[in-house]
Write a protein of this length. Sequence first.
Length: 300
Amino acid sequence: MVTVKVPATSANLGAGFDSLGLAVTVYNEIHLEESDQLAIRPLDGAPISTGETNLVYQTMKKLYEICGKKISGMKIGQLNGIPMSRGLGSSSACIVGGLLGANQLLGSPLSKQDLVNLAARIEGHPDNTTPAMLGGFVAAVFDGNEVHYVRQELHGDLKFAAVIPDFELKTSLARSVLPKEVSHKDAVFNLSRAALMGASLTTGSYHNLRVATDDRLHQHYRLGLIKGADTVMKLMQDEGAYCSYISGAGSTLMAMTPGNDAEFGNRLRIRLDEAGFPSWKLLMLDADNVGAVCVESRML
Ligand code: HSE
């Protein structure tokens, strides 16, 4: 029996569409035990699939097949700390958890790089799966076979405020509103800012973050799907955040904030309530520099 703990992730970071992401301190926990039958249950009552379509199980099955092993069943218990379909990498956490757990149960036939590649192939892009696996801040390119990445630890002087709307946003819908083509000018606009984000985050040049999160590839198109998002992102900046952006495909709005501003969360909560968002959750988070971990454990 193994337990896998996987962090939530925040992808894109404004301009780094499908290429930048980082891990934060909210977690999914997955308990796995080989069995002749399939038995999947949420340990927290979350509405997950308990049949063959369960994403953790599907992913494990894929890894078993790749390794030439037959999977006859599995006992899976899931604790779903990461809000689902909110742009915080809940699907990636299931994929990464399934891969890491299956690999551990089979005696670790695949390397970390193999697992990073496989996770990106299953998810389609590497910006959530790679930081979920490795922790920290990740710049990643998936060339169709392999993920080429740089992973760096984030400094403790940066905090994250995640404002989570009371509605889901499916990634497929959030991608369907994006244009098929963009102008050369907009492409240059984004690549310059994505490069600035990478360099600024890792050197602590936080004064650049607001400019670095400016984007012309996706956020503008998605704002219409997240009613109130522009108001909330502005509130975050008014309260002193370095920057705010749509986390992944949304619906969560994320801010990076100064680590020494201990009252940021309290002030933002008041502002959110006053502005008509009392049911939107606020989580004050740190960076996770560890990534997914797998431990041997006893069945619950
Ligand atoms: N980058 C993806 C998107 C989500 O914005 O659609 C995370 O993989």
